[in-house]
Design a binder for this molecule. Structure first.
Ligand code: G6P
Ligand code: MG
Length: 222
């Protein structure tokens, strides 16, 4: 029985990857490290500090953790400048309709995001009220593919992991769902998210019943 849906934020509900890219690119330029949009793909779903490590690796730069903290804070301040200007029209097509359809069917809704800025983004998009539980990067110590963020999400919803379906756009997030013994809907391409139970291009092409049918779950709602 499925009783909860757990959503990743960046890339599932909103496209913040472009803002992460602009902020990381500015930092990479300052450090004279070549950094392309293609490289940015590797940062999806990955924590802030791990993202910085990936960029420093691209430039063969070895820095102390003190300097790294400062660089990550600098990138974040630029990123925050972008996201505080976001508006609800940046919500990805079909995302709110999909979530509302699930809520109408008494499915609980949780957020499981690696981002420490998740609350700011939800507030800017004016959608905080859709969520029964919100777990962000501030509440977890182990980044995806560790299942911690989704396990905490399930717990906050009062559900068992097996009762939840995860929606993820990053390979590390799909792995996290699998590690947490949850079903997973990949949002993106099969090439990247092949391990997910099903893969769709976006929430706009599915509804709750499609997901449960595709997962072979017999679902009777009130
Ligand atoms: C999400 C994004 C990642 C980002 C991470 C941390 O998972 O997909 O690209 O690095 O959140 O975001 P933050 O806002 O805490 O820097
Ligand atoms: Mg994501």
């Amino acid at each position: 029985m499925i009783k909860g849906f757990l959503f990743d934020l960046d890339g599932v509900i909103v496209d913040t990857a472009k803002y992460h890219f602009l902020a990381w690119k500015r930092l990479a330029d300052e450090l004279s490290i070549p950094f392309s949009e293609n490289d940015n793909e590797r940062l999806k779903g990955v924590s802030r500090m791990r993202s910085l490590d990936i960029i420093l690796e691209l430039g063969n730069l070895n820095l102390s953790s003190e300097v790294k903290e400062k660089l990550a804070a600098k990138k974040n301040s630029w990123y925050v400048d972008y996201i505080t200007k976001m508006t609800p029209d940046e919500i990805l097509p079909g995302a709110l309709e999909f979530i509302q359809d699930a809520k109408d069917k008494n499915i609980k809704i949780g957020l499981g995001s690696a981002s420490k800025n998740a609350m700011t983004i939800l507030e800017r998009l004016n959608i905080t009220g859709y969520f029964d539980a919100i777990i962000s990067g501030n509440e977890v110590s182990n980044a995806k593919p560790d299942p911690e963020v989704f396990l905490k999400g399930a717990e906050a919803l009062g559900l068992e992991p097996e009762e939840c379906v995860v929606f993820e756009d990053a390979a590390a997030g799909v792995e996290a769902a699998i590690n947490g013994k949850m079903k997973c809907v990949g949002i993106g391409t099969k090439k990247v998210l092949g391990q997910a139970d099903i893969v769709v291009e976006g929430l706009k092409v599915i509804c709750t019943n499609d997901v449960l049918n595709a997962l072979g779950i017999d679902f009777k709602y009130k």
